[in-house]
Design a protein around this ligand. Structure first.
Ligand code: KG4
Ligand code: ZN
Length: 343
């Protein structure tokens, strides 16, 4: 079965064509992404209108390339998975309209994908994990612990009450003068630094509270930089600062993962996905602290079309066909009270 995945929730335009064998083995025929980071860097962050325009400019040429590289024609696609939520509305609409166009032209079934769930379920692109598992999504916009009972039964255990972990990296990096986005650069600089050199706080540091908070950390970095004006992005101290700041984020995630694990009670496997799951320190500390931890492969961590195609396949029973696909809608938020585990 040939599945096309389309992801345009934020600043990455990403397309993937996967050919599944009858026993659902993954065979990636093409996976092409354009990172809007380069275009958004000069604005110091994501500007939704500009991100949407970048998707509009890139979608058609990338689509052509994806089909050529896969040696597949649009009419051979048997299912389209497209991110419909959560994300920025303008960017989402570009991808959704591309998906609807192919669906209308070729009567291809189409399924709207929650791109957060896709971040976690991307684990199955490289490993087989049994359900249920405890999921941790750490991305630029979200930080959530979830109990995943099946591809369609996913409940939120806890979340950040303010900034996401990726936001803490990006906004912290901006304060340090490292540009946007700063997660990967902080990770790289921190490798040469001492994580114990400076002390930064852990938000909501209470073993009974499974929620996270990163906004106080950002403020404490701002105050630290005001008190240490000689530390700049090219100072020798920057490696220690990155390592110490990163340590506070990783320690918070580790502590809260233990709280979430206690709440679900069973000794479940822990699956970590989303852009911040690329972080080398997070990977190391989690591997030392959790016996059954599985990280999504780095190439499938940041927003990508492969995870959307794959999650689309997992929920293919929800696919709709011509002409209902015209009613498919994009939504910027997904969290609803019903998505939370009641405690
Ligand atoms: O999942 P993603 O591509 O987009 C969202 O859905 O938000 O995640 C992007 C985030 C950015 O905040 C970026 O700084 C962060 O992932 N990131 C990292 C690393 N690579 C990307 N954060 C820490 N360490 C990394 N190596
Ligand atoms: Zn994402």
């Amino acid at each position: 079965m040939k599945v096309l995945g389309i992801e345009t929730s934020c600043d990455d335009t990403s397309l993937c064509i996967i050919d599944y064998t009858p026993d659902e083995q993954v065979n990636i025929l093409s996976h092409i992404s354009f990172s809007g980071e380069i275009l958004l860097r000069k604005w110091g962050g994501i500007v939704p209108e500009i991100a949407a325009r970048n998707h509009l400019a890139k979608l058609a040429p990338l689509m052509k390339e994806a089909f050529e590289q896969a040696s597949v024609s649009p009419k051979e696609i048997e299912l389209i998975g497209v991110t419909t939520y959560p994300g920025l509305l303008g960017p989402l609409l570009t991808g959704l309209n591309a998906a609807k166009t192919i669906s209308l032209l070729h009567k291809t079934p189409i399924v709207g994908v929650n791109h957060l769930f896709a971040h976690l379920e991307a684990i199955h692109l490289t490993e087989k994990i049994n359900y249920p598992y405890l999921g941790l999504i750490v991305s630029g916009g979200h930080t959530l612990f979830l109990k995943v009972n099946s591809p369609t039964e996913i409940k939120v255990i806890s979340s950040t009450v303010d900034d996401a972990a990726g936001e803490a990296f990006d906004k912290g990096g901006k304060l340090m003068g490292l540009g946007y986005p700063a997660g990967a650069l902080i990770d790289q600089l921190a490798r040469k630094g001492n994580p114990k050199k400076y002390s930064f706080p852990i938000g909501l540091d209470d073993a009974r509270n499974p929620n996270l908070s990163f906004s106080g950390l950002k403020t404490s970095l701002r105050v630290f930089l005001e008190n240490n004006p000689s530390i700049k992005s090219d100072s020798p101290e920057i490696a220690d600062l990155c390592a110490s700041y990163q340590e506070a984020i990783v320690s918070a995630l580790k502590k809260k993962a233990k709280v979430a694990m206690n709440l679900v009670k069973d000794d479940l496997p822990l699956v970590v996905g989303g852009g911040v799951a690329c972080n080398s320190r997070l990977r190391m500390i989690f591997q030392q602290n959790f016996s059954q931890v599985h990280f999504v492969a780095p190439k499938f961590c940041t927003d990508n079309g492969a995870m959307i195609a794959h999650y689309g396949l997992l929920i293919k029973d929800q696919a709709i066909s011509f002409p209902e696909c015209l009613n498919l809608d994009a939504k910027s938020r997904f969290i609803d009270k019903k998505d939370f585990i009641s405690r």
